[in-house]
Design a binder for this molecule. Structure first.
Ligand code: ADP
Length: 261
């Protein structure tokens, strides 16, 4: 639709601008962080300025994370898709996710027993996971439960958020849900817009979910989001499934865009 086209154009322009800036910024940040490290190395462990420099490093790390997000967002996502299994990707990412969410949150993985295969760039799927997990964490400042679930589903209706209508059929569903603050309906209508954020200054870029949207729709998928204020949110991400074991005796199915060949 026209609205989606405008959104896409906006994202591209913003992306190009942000990409250039982020790159220069990153070089400057490397210089700052490098010198901070040199200073630290020269200081005794009891030096009174030590923790000041460590604070600088922490802020620098935050800045580096934001820049990485900007760069991922701006890169026209030259993805190198390959057939990959979603469950092991999540399991391998578990340590990283636990570190991200800290100790106060409960993390549950509920992975489907089957081998769920999709055609995607593994780095991009990790990016999707990371952005959703960080948002879930930020939604639960007072603790709560984060659940990651996978399953195979037959979609009979189009997911709420999509680029082109994904062909219906077999999808791999990846759900990230939290018991956090939830979203107002008015917030929900904006969450996929670049730079939309409700987080306090310096905490969010507003690029997490627009990046997720870009990656998911580029691979022919879509998303559903449900959220209730005070109860939590749930992001259901759908990727077209790649059949694991072609069954020659199965009745012929209509060819689907990304599933064969
Ligand atoms: P950022 O995280 O930098 O704010 P995002 O695009 O990832 O940018 O998210 C946009 C906004 O969507 C957030 O600022 C927040 O208001 C809302 N949001 C996203 N995920 C959640 C969630 N799990 N719970 C509550 N609000 C969320």
């Amino acid at each position: 639709s026209e609205k989606q086209l405008r959104q896409a154009q906006k994202m591209e322009a913003v992306g190009r601008l942000a990409g250039g800036l982020a790159h220069d910024f990153n070089n400057l940040l490397t210089v700052i962080m490098g010198h901070a490290q040199v200073l630290l190395n020269d200081m005794t462990t009891e030096h009174p300025f030590r923790n000041k420099i460590e604070e600088m490093q922490k802020a620098g790390d935050r800045a580096a994370t934001l820049i990485r997000q900007l760069l991922t967002f701006s890169r026209k996502q030259p993805s190198t898709p390959k057939v990959l299994s979603v469950n092991p990707l999540i399991t391998n990412f578990e340590t990283m996710m636990r570190r991200l969410i800290g100790e106060d949150l409960e993390l549950t993985l509920a992975l489907a027993p089957q081998d769920l295969r999709i055609s995607a760039d593994p780095a991009q799927i990790e990016q999707v996971l990371m952005n959703l997990v960080v948002n879930a964490r930020d939604a639960m400042p007072k603790g709560g439960r984060l659940r990651i679930e996978t399953s195979q589903v037959e979609l009979t209706r189009t997911p709420m958020y999509h680029a082109q209508l994904p062909a219906l059929g077999t999808f791999v569903k990846l759900s990230v849900s939290d018991t956090g603050v939830g979203m107002l309906p008015d917030t929900l209508t904006h969450i996929f817009e670049p730079f939309f954020t409700t987080k306090e200054e310096g905490k969010g870029t507003g690029l997490g979910l627009s990046t997720v949207f870009g990656i998911v729709t580029q691979s022919g998928g879509g998303l559903d989001v449900t959220s209730l204020i005070g109860q939590g949110s749930r992001f259901d991400v759908y990727f077209p499934a790649v059949r694991s074991h072609p069954d020659p005796t199965a009745p012929d199915q209509a060819p689907r865009s990304s599933n064969r060949g």
